[in-house]
Write a protein that binds this ligand. Structure first.
Ligand SMILES: [Zn+2]
Length: 164
């Protein structure tokens, strides 16, 4: 999936998290930012990705060590991040949004023909029975649908206040 699709899914995750936890404005902005970053984070192994271009050197070494869509798209990687965040006593709403952001990335990549090495280092590609080409019509429609969903969740309280 394209970076745009991942980022819009991150946006939706962030919007759902602030809706669930009723966070204040500052926390909400942080939650949304973290959600979008973590939804792009697994592609750090890809030098051409949105996040890989920002961290070229790191991206190069990760790719050299593990290859694309392996370690950073695995249950192992997500578990390590959870442990680290837990160790530094990250507030629950940040923790949840980061985990869901990363999971959303992995799940979306499971919808592509290449799949992901979710059980890395076990070399099995995990993907859904139905897959779509990156940058194809489904990918682009998904990006729009997710953005609309995120906008709806985000503005839902205001809309309710206006009409009811
Ligand atoms: Zn990916």
């Amino acid at each position: 999936m394209t970076g745009k699709t991942h980022a819009s899914c991150g946006l939706l995750v962030g919007a759902l998290t602030i809706e669930y936890f009723h966070t204040d404005l500052f926390t909400s902005i942080t939650v949304i930012t973290l959600a979008v970053i973590s939804s792009l984070l697994p592609d750090i192994c890809h030098a051409q990705s949105k996040i890989g271009r920002r961290f070229k050197v790191l991206s190069f070494f990760i790719r050299l060590l593990f290859g694309h869509r392996t370690f950073t798209h695995s249950l192992l990687f997500i578990s390590i991040i959870i442990c680290l965040l837990y160790a530094i006593q990250t507030p629950i709403y940040y923790l949840i949004t980061i985990i869901l952001g990363m999971l959303s990335h992995v799940i979306l990549d499971m919808l592509t023909p290449r799949g992901v090495k979710f059980l890395y280092p076990i070399p099995i590609s995990v993907k859904f029975p139905l897959v779509f080409k990156t940058g194809g019509l489904v990918d682009l429609s998904l990006a729009s649908a997710l953005t609309i969903g995120a906008t709806y969740v985000f503005f839902q309280p205001f809309i309710k206040q206006l009409f009811f």
